[in-house]
Design a protein around this ligand. Structure first.
Ligand code: ZN
Length: 362
């Protein structure tokens, strides 16, 4: 059994850290490409540009407002003359473009997440979409970002719903990484998990049970507190390392299945949360464990029913479409230590929804 653990080269987190990014840049070269999410360009362009210039880089900035498609990535690669480092600031899609562009140009990568809702900042892969905006494929780059810079002031100022979504994604990390560990399933690096990745995933869960609710309250006021710092670390670093080096299981596969239904804009993390509850049912977890997770979700303001993620049609045929997609051979649902069939997933989804509704009403 070969164990593999991957991670970014360095991780920096704190209030206002983008204002002194030059302290953390230790790359050779003189050319930098700065890819900026259009929505936050006014906030980050100046400090990042100044910091890169202070480190001796000539900066070429490119504004992004599109989903990561192969064509879009090719166009950006063509647009950049020559560069030694690609720095991306924004949400998951901007960071996925950044990593793909840097991989094609074979340069260093810096990610600057401005929301804490996904695992994109630390991971070695990009989610690629079709022109229509549907999921197309996962692109594996073979290496992780060299530097991740997380400014908690920016994160706390972003919409609370996205912060909550990151919490849901981080909670799933523990249940999936633990299942993958017990089942000796392979992780993203095609290796087996380490005790390190397993422990990090566990810490993500514990950090959120201890600090999640107070952190959400603080972020609602755009405030940075020690609990916000703890949860940003859980959402970004622990969740990112935990999923990639620990492994995924049913929760993310069920998320993927749910994306085949009409969900009216539920976020990644919101769909994952239903996936986690369904995974717990599928695994036959005891009532106390299942209820504890659902009650924590309710306290955190996370969805626990299909209706809450925007699914109005919950008949068996609709759920079957999601279940069949979740059980495609490439899906990580097959990391569960038993055979999973679409029928078992439909039963688990119906039960998860029912328990969620009961506890929500109670
Ligand atoms: Zn996720």
């Amino acid at each position: 059994m070969t164990r593999i653990f991957g991670s970014p080269g360095r991780y920096v987190q704190g209030q206002g850290v983008i204002d002194s990014i030059e302290k953390y840049l230790s790359f050779d070269g003189s050319q930098a490409a700065l890819l900026l999410d259009e929505q936050i360009i006014d906030i980050v362009a100046e400090p990042l540009g100044t910091g890169l210039a202070a480190s001796g880089f000539t900066v070429e900035s490119i504004a992004l407002d599109e989903v990561p498609t192969d064509d879009r990535i090719d166009r950006i690669v063509d647009e950049i003359d020559a560069t030694d480092v690609v720095v991306g600031a924004g949400g998951g899609r901007t960071l996925d473009i950044t990593k793909a562009v840097a991989a094609r140009l074979e340069t260093s990568i810096v990610t600057v997440p401005t929301i804490a809702s996904t695992d994109a900042p630390t991971s070695s892969l990009s989610v690629i979409y079709t022109e229509a905006g549907d999921f197309e494929t996962l692109q594996f780059h073979g290496f992780n970002p060299d530097l991740v810079v997380v400014d908690t002031e920016l994160i706390a100022a972003a919409p609370t719903r996205l912060f909550r979504s990151g919490i849901a994604d981080a909670l799933a990390t523990w249940f999936e990484a633990d299942t993958a560990y017990q089942a000796h399933a392979k992780n993203v690096f095609e290796g087996h998990s380490t005790r390190t990745a397993h422990a990090i995933a566990r810490e993500a869960y514990e950090t959120i049970t201890e600090h999640g609710v107070t952190a959400v309250t603080a972020v609602e006021q755009n405030a940075v507190t020690p609990s916000v710092e703890a949860v940003v670390e859980a959402n970004t670093l622990m969740s990112g390392l935990g999923f990639e080096s620990g492994g995924l299981a049913a929760a993310h596969a069920i998320h993927d299945g749910l994306t085949h239904l009409d969900l009216h804009g539920a976020t990644h993390g919101e769909k994952v949360n239903l996936g986690t509850i369904t995974q717990l049912v599928l695994e036959g977890r005891p009532k106390d464990e299942l209820h504890e997770f659902i009650e924590l979700s309710i306290e955190l303001g996370l969805p626990v029913t299909l209706e809450e993620i925007g699914l109005t049609e919950t008949d068996a045929a609709t759920l079957r479409r999601a279940a069949e997609a979740a059980c495609e051979p490439v899906e990580t649902i097959h990391n569960e230590p038993f055979e999973v069939t679409p029928s078992a997933v439909v039963n688990a989804l119906e039960t998860a929804d029912r328990v969620g509704r009961t506890l929500k009403d109670g």
